[in-house]
Design a protein around this ligand. Sequence first.
Ligand code: NA7
Length: 434
Amino acid sequence: MSRSPRVIVIGAGVAGITTAHVLIRRGFTDVTILEKGSAAGGVWHWNKYPGLTCDVPSNLYQFGFAPKPDWERMFATGPQIKAYLNDVIDELGLRSRIELNAEVSSAVFNDGEWTVTLADGRVFVADFVVMATGVLHNPQVPDIPGLDTFTGPVVHSARWDDTVETRGRRIAVIGSGSTGVQLVTALQREADRIVHFSRTPQWVMWAPMDRRQPRLVTALLTRFPALRTGLYQTLLSGSGFLAEVVDTPIVSVTPDGIITDDGVVHPLDMIVLATGFRAHDYMRPMDLRGRDGVRIDDVWADGPRAYRMSAIPGFPNLFTTLGPNSPTGSISLQYTAERTAEFIAGWLDRFATGEFDTVEVTDEATDDFLAAANSAMVPTVWATGCDSWYLTPAGDVDLWPYDRATLTAMLAEHRDDHFRFTRTSELAESGDDR
Ligand code: NA7
């Protein structure tokens, strides 16, 4: 006898699509995906700025369960990836499970179940919640004096406004991460002038970002899908980068320009903020409350903290897919998401048979995991003083420090001594088959 867990997946990007597909593949039928956007795709829905290109080769940036050998380009554009994700949603029959325009304002655990409330007042109740809310989700808007007085458009890269005219304009791009470089590369074709404000020097190298995928590659990958991981290396990169670079600090913004520390006034028609994301906010500003009313904002005051990327002490029956420590430069995000979803499905299997009603990772196991992960990070380049969005407020490196085999092994096992369980129902005895 078994019961069917009610599962809410929050987010319909790469992590949410993977989670929903894996859970359904494993036989769970009561799965609903809540997506706050007006379309599925996650970052590939929210980001639509000119020049948007994935900096991971297309043949590595795809689901293992939905291979696409015939990418048009070696590095797919944002719209191409969004189309792929939506094709996968349709092919896997996930569309009807996705609630769009469903922004979660709170998720509260009480009496053994989660109550998930949307900004529009709708309420969902679930046995399990999976947070697939993404890392690069909340735009970081810089606190520059006078920014709100600028009379032209001010646009963050992750909230691009298609109606804004860039042709013939004098445009400032603030920020020289990969987004800033891509934007400058694209905007310079039509703009009158681009001034690129770069606070920290950045390496920019040429890469075949706009090259078509050769037909031979398409033919080979169609015939031998396993070849795809061997074909490319990951690059972070731009091509055709040309701009007037200003590395003098910005002092303030005036109604029609930017003033730098050397007193120079840069006259402008438009300001583009390529200033990145509040990467450690994860599912916030959602009001997330776990056992005994514990709030995620309090638990994570010094930065995200999770066990093996997927479980948070104090939050029973809640898992994260592509949560803390999951970004990495060398392991496919889609692979990590799929392994995590399988890990979660294993817990759902055990819930279904009535083995427990709630499962919650312990503080000790989480502390041990993070202590080991942080010390494994010490010899890496990320911990050498170079600033990046990977650093948490506490100074930890929020990345996966181990290799793919370790990741696979860690997510393949359930260490029961790392979790605590409650069991109040009489399912096993009564034969409840909800
Ligand atoms: P990043 O990599 O976080 O880059 C943000 C950029 O914005 C970086 O150059 C920052 O300079 C700059 N920045 C942020 N705040 C300010 C202020 N207040 N003034 C001036 N400059 C500022 O974000 P991206 O969107 O480029 O890339 C994120 C990921 O997307 C990337 O890792 C890929 O995985 C895809 P700083 O270096 O802090 O001096």
